[in-house]
Design a protein around this ligand. Sequence first.
Ligand code: SF4
Ligand code: SF4
Length: 354
Amino acid sequence: MDGISKFRSPMSDPVLMEMLAERQLDEVPLFSNNRRNMPAQAWGAAFQRWEELAPDGDGPVNPEKTPVSDAVEMTRLIKEKARELGADDVGIAELTPIMINEGRSLGHKYVISLLLEEKYENVLGGALAVEMETIDVYVRCAEVSTELSKYVRSLGYPALADHNGTMEVQAIPAMVAGGLGELGKNGSMIHRQFGANFRPGFVLTDLPLVPDAPDLFGVQDYCMNCKLCENNCPPAAIAASEDYVITEGYKRWQINIPKCYEASRLRDEYCHICVDVCPYVHKENGDREKLGIYKQFMGKRRQAGWRTTQWFLEDEEQVLNGGGRHEPLPTVDLEVDPGRVNTAQARGAIGAAE
Ligand code: SF4
Ligand code: SF4
């Protein structure tokens, strides 16, 4: 089946390329190796790990097929296995063309969506800490999806792993159909427990499974009256509440991509603000600890000015005076653990250099 969802490559989207040309830039500032606070080693290690995992993302299927007489029980086993491998939640949907990126073609019957939490407390460490957490979770998503695909193939059924290093699946339609949450105005899926603070991985398969039903718990209605992401997005790239289209029965607020790129690609600091200001990190799950962190973070944003690209008041001072947020980091040679890239060891080295 051919994919029909538009896909924007994080590094080579034509809109981004045009913006670089207009500004006579020869590389994306966010991904520049010369960036002041670039965790280049961590991104490099992530790419390396994705390459290492690639051969195991697909492959020969065990010729001795395990008979499946009870798809409900097999579904339970697969979800249990995914959690054992490190997923924080799992959802299953029948694969449809909207769940596949344009230019890609997949013939599987089901998509298993795996969700791994990004630790929210990193917001208090600033943009670099959030970025390091993101890289770490992206790598773990690839590891979990690859291991699960190997497990499914060992049962005698085709299975293909997909993640940020392969990018076949359009994440939000697959996750929403698989019952993991609802699309929010900030363009992210909102999960009951983790809000928008997670990253996904996927396994495509023909193993007999039972799809989940969508989990609609009121996010899209709440977004109609909440303006937190809208009012915190530095370049005002997020649409107003009533400015949505309906796709497959769901509201979809379109992000103004060139405006978003101004803050999220053409600056040399990670922008994750629309995710981190979303109250669903504590609202539905009632997590008091996350509520406390959320209040501290939002207090700092209020002081700094809601639309600031910088996260903290002291940084805002520097930016207004034309300065940067971070002193250049000393070069650190991260030791890459071949079995586990972008480890706490890598995080420690960056942290110690700050
Ligand atoms: S990533 Fe940053 S610039 Fe883009 S929509 Fe979110 S808050 Fe706005
Ligand atoms: S911040 Fe508010 S409007 Fe934005 S996605 Fe979250 S709940 Fe919806």
